[in-house]
Ligand binder design. Structure first.
Ligand SMILES: [Zn+2]
Ligand SMILES: [Zn+2]
Length: 240
C-alpha cells in the first residue's frame, strides 16, 4: 500500500465500491480486502471454443470436444477463448470504475489477479488488445484492454501488435444492449490496417469483459479474413 494512497485516504476517505466499508490500508484501490478476497477464477468444464461453463462434467466425459449450443449453431471465428473471472461483484464494480471512471490504478491489481489464473496458453506470436474507436479513445483517454494487454505482454513475453486491428465504427457498449442487439451491434465494426504484419500470425486478443463473445468473434473474423493464423482470446471477466 503506497504511503501516498494512505495519505489520500486520510484526506478524502474512500469507501469500498461494493460494500461501502471505509478503506484504509486495503491493497486494492476502491475495493476492500474482504470483498477482493472473494474473487475466484472460473473453473470446471466448459466449451472448448468459447469457454462457456457447462453445468455438469458429463458432456465432456463422453466427448472431450463437446461444444456449447451457441458454437455449434454459429461457429466462432476464434479458435478458443478463456475468461478468468465471473463478471460479478466486486470485480464488476471495479471494472466499471476502470473502464468508465478513469481508475487506471486498478490495472495492477487486475494483472496480479489474472496472472496466477492464466490457463496453459497455445504458442502465440502477438497480443492484440481489442481496440476502441478513436472517438471513444478521445473521450476515455485510454484503452482499458491495452492496459491489460501491456502487462500480459510483459509477463508472457509476447509482443504487442497495435495499429493493425482498428475499430472503424463507434458502437455502444455491448454490456448495455439486449442479447439480440449485441449480435448486430458490432457487425463490420473492425477493419485491418498494415495487413502484411498479421499474415500467418497466431494472435491472442485481449479484452476486459466477454459478454456474448461477439466482440472477439468480429475481431477474429476480420483478422482471419485478412490472412492471420489462428486467433485466440483472453478476457479478465465473463458475463455468466
Ligand atoms: Zn468491500
Ligand atoms: Zn461455445
Amino acid at each position: 500500500m503506497p504511503l501516498f494512497r494512505k495519505f489520500l485516504h486520510l484526506i478524502f476517505p474512500a469507501a469500498c465500491a461494493h460494500c461501502d466499508t471505509p478503506l484504509w490500508d486495503d491493497p486494492v484501490p476502491f475495493v476492500c480486502r474482504t470483498c477482493w478476497d472473494t474473487l475466484v477464477p472460473i473453473a470446471g468444464p466448459c466449451c472448448p471454443h468459447c469457454g462457456d461453463p457447462f453445468a455438469s462434467q458429463v458432456a465432456l466425459q463422453h466427448s472431450p470436444t463437446h461444444e456449447c449450443g451457441t458454437c455449434r449453431i454459429k461457429p466462432p471465428a476464434f479458435t478458443q477463448t478463456w475468461s478468468l473471472f465471473p463478471y460479478q461483484s466486486p470485480l464488476k464494480e471495479a471494472i466499471i470504475l476502470f473502464k468508465y471512471r478513469g481508475k487506471r490504478s486498478l490495472t495492477k491489481p487486475f494483472l496480479q489477479a489474472m496472472i496466477p489464473a492464466l490457463p496453459l496458453l497455445p504458442t502465440c506470436d502477438v497480443l492484440i488488445p481489442v481496440p476502441l474507436h478513436r472517438d471513444r479513445l478521445r473521450e476515455r483517454e485510454y484503452n482499458q484492454s491495452l492496459l491489460l494487454a501491456h502487462g500480459l505482454s510483459k509477463h508472457l513475453n509476447i509482443p504487442l501488435l497495435l495499429s493493425c486491428l482498428l475499430r472503424s465504427r463507434a458502437t455502444v457498449p455491448q454490456t448495455s444492449l439486449s442479447k439480440k442487439e449485441r449480435f448486430t451491434n458490432l457487425r463490420k465494426a473492425f477493419t485491418i490496417d498494415n495487413v502484411s504484419r498479421i499474415q500467418g500470425q497466431r494472435i491472442l486478443l485481449i479484452d476486459d469483459v466477454f459478454t456474448t463473445g461477439t466482440t472477439l468473434h468480429e475481431c477474429a473474423k476480420a483478422l482471419r479474413k485478412a490472412g492471420s493464423g489462428s486467433v485466440y482470446g483472453l478476457t479478465l471477466a465473463r458475463m455468466l
